[in-house]
Unconditional design. Structure first.
Length: 37
């Protein structure tokens, strides 16, 4: 059971990290669009 948790946790971490990165990128794009108008 413990080995299963140790295998799954990094995957969740990577998904969360990439999701945060995606949100930051889209925020930057939206900010640029708002400022350009």
């Amino acid at each position: 059971m413990m080995s299963f948790i140790f295998q799954v946790t990094p995957a969740i971490g990577w998904i969360f990290f990439s999701f945060r990165l995606f949100i930051e990128k889209t925020k930057c794009k939206y900010n640029l669009l708002l400022f350009s108008e």
